[in-house]
Design a protein around this ligand. Structure first.
Ligand SMILES: CC(C)(COP(=O)(O)OP(=O)(O)OC[C@H]1O[C@@H](n2cnc3c(N)ncnc32)[C@H](O)[C@@H]1OP(=O)(O)O)[C@@H](O)C(=O)NCCC(=O)NCCS
Length: 435
């Protein structure tokens, strides 16, 4: 919602400490925090600031990458509805769209696909680096470190003001992410790392690097390739979420994009961001069978449980991605056989969508309700779920970063604080304090 069409819109603020009134301009439904800074009780004291832990009501940037209307359940990348992209596009085309802001021509797409395909290999020393991890290293930790390490392999990436240079690093990162993700998966299994196969599509090649054994050519089931490609599309961006904010915040220091994206991977590693689908699986396993659902729902309503995979900070309507994922789940189960937990999930959803507790609170299934079931059917261990998320999210992080570095209004991220500690204490050296 914007106020762009209301010229001269403003907010009148009366400071009851001084009785003074201020006119603060409203542009695009926001006021500038700096305008509040002019509200002071004394010229020598700091001006008024806003206190907003978690930035829940603070716009940190102008962005034309992703539009979300949580009340209506709308998600659009560069103006295109997610449903249409999932139905008719590919992950690589969506990546192009997010980065460039427009869909590619036939020639542009061919060049993009070629570039990405021919940058899937990584330096052999990256492989040695990954092999140095402990046998039980979490794949997300391996991914985060190896992406950060790429900054040392491409020192020229620090020249972030050169558009051609930025493009090169963007291509490299989108191309190499599946290689690093697949190798972190193979590492935990003690299996040899599989090199990229440039004859395969982006997502088919990823499956090859994950699952290929002694066969000379890995031939993935096209239905699985399509389902995983759709999952990547659904995760490709979600505007200013925790990891995008981490990429932007670290990127605002003008560091290279590998370091900034590595910070984004760190943010995604946290259970509040990328870990909910694993919690859904645990919950479904605990419920065990359809007969136990009513007792579980009672527990949720009494406040003893949480229905994982339901509810969202932004979506107060059906998460548009959940609908698409449900369809992808059907396609995957056609190949792999039905995950026995699906029956419980479907019944839970049916009951919850009719129950007044959930209806009143606008609690609908979110993207994580079904994605874990699909990943499990594809034989991914839960630790890999966030790695898959990170591969899908990479074009989004890079689109946000690319926008940030070209935005003249952006400054190094440096929030204010409300200081609550001691002041002007006298330091006594340890030799005297301990005497
Ligand atoms: C995502 C989530 C953190 C959003 O939280 P939020 O926007 O802060 O919503 P609130 O915690 O304010 O919840 C509002 C009300 O709905 C209830 N609620 C929210 N999610 C619920 C859930 N999954 N199960 C049961 N009740 C839930 C809250 O208890 C609260 O009820 P109250 O008004 O009686 O106190 C929350 O819905 C949740 O924990 N969901 C489960 C985890 C999950 O799937 N996360 C993945 C998100 S992609």
């Amino acid at each position: 919602m914007t106020d762009a069409g209301t010229p001269g819109a403003s907010l009148t603020v009366r400071d009851n400490r001084t009785g003074q009134e201020y006119d603060v301009p409203i542009v695009d439904g926001t006021i500038r925090a700096a305008d509040l800074g002019k509200i002071k009780t004394d010229d020598d004291l700091p001006g008024l600031a806003v206190y907003d832990p978690g930035f829940t009501n603070t716009a940190s940037c102008r962005s034309s990458v992703t539009y979300i209307d949580g009340d209506k359940g709308i998600l659009e990348y560069r103006g295109y509805p997610i449903e249409q992209l999932a139905e008719g596009s590919t992950f690589l085309e969506v990546a192009y769209l997010l980065i460039h802001g427009a869909l590619p021509t036939k020639e542009e797409y061919a060049a993009w696909e070629h570039e990405i395909t021919y940058h899937t290999f990584v330096h052999e020393n990256v492989k040695s680096l990954m092999q140095g991890f402990r046998y039980d290293a979490h794949p997300m930790g391996m991914l985060m470190s190896s992406v950060g390490a790429l900054s040392t392999f491409y020192p020229a990436a620090r020249d972030i003001d050169d558009p051609a240079n930025r493009h090169m690093q963007i291509v490299r990162m989108i191309a190499k992410m599946p290689t690093l993700g697949a190798w972190s998966f193979r590492h935990a299994q003690g299996k040899p790392y599989v090199y990229p196969d440039n004859d395969l599509s982006y997502t088919a090649n990823f499956l090859s690097m994950l699952f290929k054994m002694s066969e000379s050519k890995f031939e993935p089931d096209e239905r699985l390739v399509k389902a995983l490609d759709v999952l990547f599309i659904l995760h490709a961006d979600h505007e200013q979420n925790c990891s995008a904010n981490a990429v932007r915040s670290v990127g605002s220091s003008q560091v290279d994009p590998y370091s900034a994206v590595s910070a984004g991977i760190g943010a995604l590693f946290g259970p509040l961001h990328g870990g909910a689908n694993e919690a859904v699986l645990r919950m479904l396993r605990r419920i065990g069978s359809k007969e136990n659902i009513p007792a579980f729902i009672d527990g949720v309503k009494n406040g003893n449980e949480r229905l994982m995979g339901f509810g969202h900070r932004v979506y107060k309507n059906y998460d548009p991605r959940a609908r698409i994922i449900k369809k992808a789940a059907d396609d995957v189960f056609e190949v792999t056989g039905v995950n026995p937990l699906l029956e419980i999930a479907l019944e839970l959803e049916k009951i919850a969508l009719e129950d007044e507790y959930f209806v009143k609170r606008k609690l609908y299934p979110n993207v994580d309700f079904y994605s874990g079931l699909i990943y499990e059917a594809l034989e991914f261990p839960p630790e890999m779920f966030t790695v898959l998320f990170a591969i899908g999210r990479t074009p989004g992080w890079l689109a946000q970063w690319n926008e940030l570095v070209q935005d003249k209004e952006q400054k190094i991220a440096r929030p204010k604080q409300i200081y609550t500690g001691e002041r002007t204490l006298d330091f006594v050296p340890a030799s005297q304090r301990w005497a």
